[in-house]
Design a protein around this ligand. Structure first.
Ligand code: ADP
Length: 647
């Protein structure tokens, strides 16, 4: 039978495995045992669904055998097994090739040196925990013999690496999968023989697979005295070797072990292997509740942003266990959307094993657990913020956007739950602050929490209105996320302090009596000019006015009504929402020479009008550009500029 070729992606990954310089090659065992455990889970789950009573959980076992002479390690499970098609599909194509493509795209691929390549490979192995293919880090030949549950025929898949694989009919007793690894020869700095030693296997299973809930067994050599009679005085008894099947893992779920007996590293290892991550979790929460609904929960906040987090592929949910048995992998009812980054599990003895997904959705108990967990997560985040601000900031940088979406999508309903978790960059502190910290610092007569939306801290710093606010010593929060303003509009206020944008029209109530009066007089004196400017900019602004708040800049653009300039930008980026306009106000700085020159030009009667119109349009375009908006008629702008140059 001819060799079949691996899919391109798989081949590349396989190639990386074979040539890997990854230092933790030992993880292949964890990956293969984890696959075996999954296969047992699947069979059990399937039997629950179909009511098949022939399957007994107590028979489930994972076995490790070694043969030093043949240099082989064999990992056997009596799980669900694979059909011929499944062998081809699952092992001929790597399930995670999508992630591989993603990773490659984002790595700087220009560097083609061997070390750069090796580094990229290591990243990928670490990041995606490549599963089955990791066997090729230690083996030069891999044989998988499998028989699907309920099927009569077995098949054998064999590969010695990138040159392809074969699948052939085979003989096998019982359902399940048997994987034979032929270990590579030892090379400099690489000892593969150790994987055939009982001692090493024991260690690896303790380290990575102890919690696996099925027995991992191995035939181990032991010795005992040959006879029961006591040996002669001063002589050692004569010994004989015998073999005994031993279970190497304690099978005790980590969340059932006594808290004091579990080390941080244990949780970290558990998290990484169970949730396919390569970075330790940033936060671990473990909680047990006895009461109307009793449960234990073990929750993790990832240490970094999962690559697919803000994509449609990302699925929230916690694993659901009933007394240590997995009944659902991603139970959505247990975490709200705004905490969807939390991973982990809930184990409750009150849940029935064969409860269906539909029933779970309506399960009051589950909803109740979900509500408790939500509060628990909230408390933990607050604690984190207090204990380790730097860590919390990193977390907020990664997942803060989701919390803000939560405020927006709940129409402000989740305000009490979420608002005190927010962080914003502060103009005066020049770092991130909480709303509570802002309010604490507020001068007594300050009524509002001021904010300014914009793309980046740097760009916001360049806005005339920011400059002006800073000059006044006003603390302003920078809203640099698209969602910020939308979220804040939903909650409207925090601890009775309303939010106010300094990019919104200069409101009368923000001005002192004198300022108000001065502006009114200025407007009255220049009524004709203001009307002229507004007409010149017809359809682009709803108002042109003088403003006392600008420090140096001649103009700034603000908005009136609910929709801000930043919201206009955001909404226009969404398909189907184009053509949305904020009501713009062009504010003029009466102290600026450019404005004074405009007043003069306009005063020259008909002659000056044409030039005044050009200046007006240029000032407006300048304000648009500073606000990060685009000029809608660049050729007109060019003409206007030339007109002024040649004047
Ligand atoms: P992953 O486990 O992340 O899906 P792997 O490369 O480790 O990726 O495995 C690919 C697929 O092969 C698995 O999803 C599973 O369907 C199948 N598989 C691997 N090992 C076994 C096994 N021991 N029993 C049954 N199926 C298995």
């Amino acid at each position: 039978m001819g060799k079949k070729q691996f899919k391109t992606e798989s081949k590349r990954l396989l190639d990386m495995m074979i040539n890997s310089i990854y230092t933790h090659k030992e993880i292949f065992l964890r990956e293969l045992i984890s696959n075996a455990s999954d296969a047992l889970d699947k069979l059990y789950y399937q039997s629950l669904q179909s009511g098949d009573t022939g399957v007994k959980r107590s028979d489930f076992v994972i076995r490790i055998d070694t043969d030093k002479d043949a240099r082989t390690m064999t990992i056997t499970d009596n799980g669900i097994g694979m059909t011929r098609d499944e062998l081809e599909q699952n092992l001929g194509t790597i399930a995670r090739s999508g992630s591989l493509a993603f990773k490659e795209e984002h790595a700087s691929d220009d560097d083609d040196s061997a070390t750069a390549k090796a580094k990229r490979a290591t990243d990928i192995i670490g990041q995606f925990g490549v599963g089955f293919y990791s066997a090729f880090m230690v083996a030069d030949q891999v044989t998988v013999t499998s028989k699907a549950y309920g099927s009569e025929e077995a098949n054998c898949w064999t590969s010695a690496g990138t040159d392809g694989y074969t699948v052939e009919p085979a003989e096998k007793d019982g359902h399940g999968t048997e994987i034979v690894l032929h270990m590579k020869e030892d090379a400099e700095g690489e000892n593969y023989t150790r994987f055939l030693e009982e001692y090493e296997i024991r260690n690896l299973i303790r380290k990575y697979s102890d919690y696996i809930r099925y027995p991992i067994q191995m035939m181990v050599a032991k010795s005992r005295p040959k006879t029961e009679e006591a040996p002669e005085e001063g002589k050692m008894p004569e010994m004989e070797t015998f073999y005994e099947m031993e279970t190497l893992n304690t099978m005790e779920p980590i969340w059932k072990r006594q808290k004091s007996k579990v080390k941080d590293e244990d949780y970290n290892e558990y998290y990484k292997s169970k949730f396919n991550d390569y970075i330790d979790p940033a936060r671990v929460m473990r909680t047990s509740v006895e009461g109307v609904s009793s449960y234990t929960a073990l929750l993790f906040v990832p240490g970094h942003l999962p690559y697919d987090y803000y994509s449609k592929e990302y699925e929230k949910g916690l694993q659901l266990y009933s007394s240590g048995v997995l009944i659902m992998d991603k139970c959505k009812e247990l975490v709200p959307d705004y905490f969807n980054f939390v991973r982990g599990l809930v184990d409750s003895p009150d849940l029935s094993l064969n409860i269906s997904r539909e029933m779970l959705q309506h399960d009051r108990q589950l909803a109740n657990i979900g509500r408790n967990l939500e509060k628990k997560i909230k408390r933990e985040l607050v604690k984190w913020m207090k204990e380790d601000r730097e860590g919390y900031e990193k977390f907020f940088h990664d997942f803060g956007r989701q919390i803000k979406y939560g405020l927006y999508e709940g129409f402000g309903m989740n305000k009490d739950m979420l608002a005190d978790l927010l962080l914003f960059y502060s103009s005066t502190e020049e770092k991130n602050v909480t709303l509570d910290e802002y309010i604490e610092r507020m001068p007594e007569d300050q009524k509002y929490i001021y904010y300014v939306p914009g793309e980046t801290v740097e760009k916001i710093n360049m806005l005339p209105q920011t400059e002006a606010a800073k000059a006044k010593g006003l603390e302003v929060l920078y809203f640099t996320d698209d969602v910020d303003e939308f979220a804040i509009k939903m909650i409207r206020d925090y601890k009775d302090k309303e939010f106010r944008s300094i990019s919104e029209e200069n409101l009368a109530e923000d001005q002192t009596e004198e300022e108000k009066k001065a502006m009114e007089e200025l407007a009255a004196d220049n009524q004709e000019l203001l009307t002229f400017m507004k007409d010149t900019l017809a359809g682009r602004v709803v108002e042109v006015s003088f403003s006392g708040r600008l420090a140096d800049a001649p103009v700034c653009l603000t908005s009136k009504g609910g929709l801000s300039l930043e919201m206009e930008k955001t909404l226009n980026r969404m398909p189907g929402e184009e053509g949305i306009h904020a009501d713009k106000v062009l504010e003029l700085n009466p102290e600026n020479p450019a404005i004074q020159s405009l007043q003069e030009t306009f005063g020259k009667g008909e002659d000056g009008k044409e030039v005044a119109a050009a200046i007006t349009r240029l000032l407006f375009n300048q304000a648009m550009l500073i606000s990060g908006l685009t000029v809608d008629d660049p050729s007109q702008m060019g003409e206007d500029l030339c007109k002024l140059i040649t004047k």
